[in-house]
Write a protein of this length. Structure first.
Length: 154
């Protein structure tokens, strides 16, 4: 039987662990090599202002085993904010997606606590069909939009 875990909003004390998590998962999921110092500064920046977003983590026996970053996006069409989940990374074995779903449900609950939040959005990698199918089972709808970006050199 797996050891119990808890889900909570991350604090500034979690910044180093979250940065290491991000570097690991960028390499594992997208084969991208992130700079730990740049990523650590980016994580700390999130904690500098509530408007920058927040992190939700799952921990087991005092160790972070999953993390997600949530940003806010204003929708004039809905006159409200979307809580945008920037993917959910789970380090521990999670065959039934229990840890994964607990993070999603925590973000959903946080969003519903605020009248000006009109919904949640979740970003998933285009090749992660298993997660996409799972999200649809959780009543998240696939949108017709694709995301395009331009990253300026640092």
């Amino acid at each position: 039987m797996p050891t119990p875990f808890s889900v909570r909003i991350a604090t500034r004390d979690d910044a180093s662990s979250i940065a290491e998590f991000n570097v690991f998962f960028a390499k594992a999921n997208e084969n991208r090599q992130l700079s730990l110092p740049v990523t650590a500064a980016g994580v700390r920046h999130v904690f500098d202002s509530f408007n920058n977003g927040l992190y939700v983590v799952a921990e087991r026996e005092g160790e972070i085993v999953a993390v997600t970053m949530v940003t806010r996006e204003w929708s004039d069409w809905n006159n409200g904010l979307f809580y945008c989940i920037q993917d959910i990374f789970v380090l521990a074995q999670d065959p039934g997606k229990e840890i994964h779903d607990a993070l999603l449900n925590k973000v959903r609950a946080l969003a519903k606590e605020h009248e000006n939040v009109c919904g949640i959005r979740l970003y998933a990698h285009k090749d992660d069909s298993q997660s996409q199918e799972h999200y649809q089972k959780l009543n998240l709808k696939k949108t017709p939009y694709r995301i395009y970006d331009e990253v300026f050199s640092q």
